[in-house]
Design a protein around this ligand. Structure first.
Ligand SMILES: C[S@@+](CC[C@H](N)C(=O)[O-])C[C@H]1O[C@@H](n2cnc3c(N)ncnc32)[C@H](O)[C@@H]1O
Length: 382
């Protein structure tokens, strides 16, 4: 591909990503993979160059741009070589017209800049939310020797790999999992012999980490309403040699009945959330979020906390986790729970990462070098 054709490809991809952000379509990574699946002529260098352009534009623009062209024009404002690719060649974009308006540069959508600031995140913290994320894995065997892997303090199973490392080659040995994600599971203090309910188990990343804490002894009930995600858990568990996890598919609205037999020592609630703490991995997600979507997440979190609380044995614990840094989904959500559930108390947490926020802890990319998380541990009355 010529440099101009790469620019045109980035424009087309950004148009698709903008549309998906507005209409709740597929994630940018998926759209990029689909685009190149239909353009086999593009070599690996072309793909990397186009992808880099697309993500540079997404990171540079806070508000959803009017078009892919306006997004690339914004990058071209400070990049003469990129501006020169608007050359009108057969596979390239039309020349830049006099008075053509580029998209405005910015960190995040204005309402989110304000909401994050109100949640105690200054400009440095907010900028780090869209840095490039490191590649972390959780080892099945913490004594395993992975070449070029750096240990992560406080997390014996965690390693940080060089960018671009071939993780597929590590199947059965290691699972891709951010260090923050590994750290928050420690809040469960799961121990051998316990019964643990992983209520929002998804594909089971946290269930596997909990099983490692339990040294493969006890019982983990991994439940979720999403059949496709939950179905990925069993093969992962088998690859990792874990046999204490049973899955339970829940029917939305009827979760309590399906879990009526559960009186767990710990209920782990990795709740659905806006994902503001994982924007490093999918920065276009900040274009998707709206105040209405945030409200829906807050309501869903309240719902799963109530379902989870009913499954905790007297004196047991509920661990609440979100990969978001907005107080509405974290500290304020826990305050609301403690007001609504008399007798429950928040317990102090000591994790390898994080700082106190409300009744819990918060991990941030700027402070901890991890994805952003809020975690709280709540003790049920006896
Ligand atoms: C943040 S994800 C969980 C990720 C997962 N724990 C992991 O480590 O990969 C949130 C999950 O909550 C699930 N969920 C949403 N509402 C639920 C409900 N009412 N009951 C159970 N799971 C629910 C979603 O399907 C989604 O898989």
């Amino acid at each position: 591909m010529t440099p101009a054709a790469r620019t045109q490809a980035a424009i087309e991809l950004l148009d698709a990503i903008i549309l998906a952000a507005r209409e709740g379509g597929a994630a940018a990574d998926t759209l990029i993979a689909r685009y190149f699946a239909q353009r086999r002529y593009a070599g690996s260098k072309d793909r990397r160059a186009v992808r880099d352009l697309v993500y540079a534009a997404i990171r540079a623009l806070g508000e959803v741009p009017a078009s892919g062209r306006a997004a690339l024009l914004a990058l071209a404002t400070d990049d003469a070589a990129l501006a020169a690719t608007f050359d009108g060649s057969s596979h390239g974009p039309a020349p830049i017209a006099a008075g053509e308006v580029p998209a405005a540069a910015g960190l995040h959508p204005r309402w989110l800049v304000d909401a994050l600031a109100a949640s105690g995140l200054d400009a440095v913290e907010q900028a780090a939310l869209i840095d490039r994320a490191p590649l972390d894995v959780r080892l099945v065997d913490p004594a395993a020797d992975l070449p070029d892997a750096a240990p992560i303090s406080g997390l014996p199973h965690a390693r940080r790999l060089p960018a671009g490392a071939d993780v597929a080659a590590l199947a059965g040995q290691a699972e891709v999992q951010d260090a923050g994600s590994q750290a928050v599971t420690l809040a469960a203090a799961a121990a051998p012999g316990m019964t643990v309910l992983d209520l929002c188990a998804g594909a089971g990343g946290k269930s596997l980490a909990l099983a490692a804490q339990m040294a493969g002894k006890g019982r983990i009930i991994a439940a979720d309403i999403d059949r496709a995600r939950l179905s990925r858990l069993a093969p992962r568990a088998e690859r990792a040699g874990v046999s204490i996890i049973e899955t339970r598919l829940l029917d939305p609205g009827h979760e309590r009945a399906a879990l009526a037999d559960v009186a767990a020592d710990v209920v782990f609630v990795d709740a659905p959330c806006s994902g503001t703490g994982t924007w490093r991995r999918n920065p276009e997600a900040r274009w998707r979020l709206t105040p209405q979507r945030l409200d829906r997440f807050v309501a869903a979190q309240r719902n799963v906390m109530g379902i989870g609380a009913a499954c905790v044995r007297p004196g047991g614990a509920l661990v609440y986790v979100v990969c978001s840094l907005l107080d509405a989904e974290g500290a304020a959500q826990v305050d609301a729970f403690l007001s609504a559930f008399p007798g429950w108390v928040a317990e102090p947490l000591s994790l390898p990462f994080g700082r106190a926020r409300g009744s819990g802890l918060r991990l941030t990319p700027a402070h901890d070098g991890t994805d952003g998380f809020f975690v709280a541990r709540l003790r049920a009355p006896c």
